[in-house]
Design a protein. Structure first.
Length: 241
């Protein structure tokens, strides 16, 4: 099932790209209370492209990435999420010192972001779960508001962020940022079945459900908001953004 979009396009181009001329528009007639949302910071990866270090503990402007993400969640317009959690697989006591509950993957072997999604859904005590990675330190300060508005205004089960990128031809288009999702907590059973069958790709699972695409390409939106730092050099370059 393709994402549910309010757009002039008839279908999504390959790899989930949406032309900017057909920008998804999220209805904002009502919203979800932030108190009904649990935010899950994903910090459970191997950090392979950073030489195997624990990425969530690398400093961004002097603050560990995961702590920086938690602080940025507290700064969200409209208020912070009702609860916050961290998904981590190493150095659990350090992550716990940041003041959020910390849960390792329920799947073995560093199974990727969906393992974090599953962990979060199993522990989520609110109606909705917002997922976001620890390595995207400039994510929007109105992320929670815009994701909540989108999901409230659509008969969808998932809201997914889309952000501008250049395609192979140098043309600007909107591309899915699948680690940034707002999910109905009752998707736990679906995700458990998908992962038990060996599924590991976010887009393959989300394609099974109605998805509303939330475009972050309005005037004033930071073009680097969804840039993720996979290497220490990229992290250092973001510090100068």
């Amino acid at each position: 099932m393709a994402p549910t979009l309010v757009t002039s396009c008839t279908a999504l181009p390959p790899e989930g790209a949406v032309p900017c001329s057909g920008r998804p528009v999220a209805a904002a007639a009502r919203t979800l209370p932030h108190a009904d949302i649990t935010a899950l910071v994903l910090a459970g990866g191997r950090g392979s492209r950073m030489g195997g270090v624990d990425k969530g503990l690398q400093n961004f402007n002097g603050t560990p990435l995961t702590l920086h993400t938690l602080l940025r969640l507290q700064m969200q317009t409209g208020g912070a999420p009702g609860q916050v959690m961290v998904n981590a697989n190493r150095n659990l006591s350090v992550y716990e010192s940041f003041g959020a509950s910390v849960w390792p993957d329920v799947l073995e072997g560093y199974a990727g972001p969906l393992a974090g999604f599953l962990t979060g859904l199993e522990r989520c005590e609110t109606p909705y779960l917002l997922t976001l990675p620890c390595d995207t330190p400039l994510f929007p300060l109105d992320l929670v508001d815009r994701m909540a508005n989108a999901l409230a205004g659509q008969s969808a089960q998932i809201a997914m962020a889309f952000a501008p990128e250049l395609d192979a031809g140098g043309h600007a288009c909107l591309r899915a940022q699948p680690v940034f999702c707002l999910l109905h907590a009752d998707l736990l059973e679906s995700l458990a079945a998908f992962t038990q069958a060996g599924g590991r790709k976010i887009d393959a699972w989300t394609a099974l459900h109605p998805v509303v695409a939330v475009a972050f390409d309005l005037p004033g939106d930071d073009g680097k908001a969804f840039f993720n730092a996979n290497t220490l050099a990229e992290l250092q370059s973001l510090e100068q953004a």
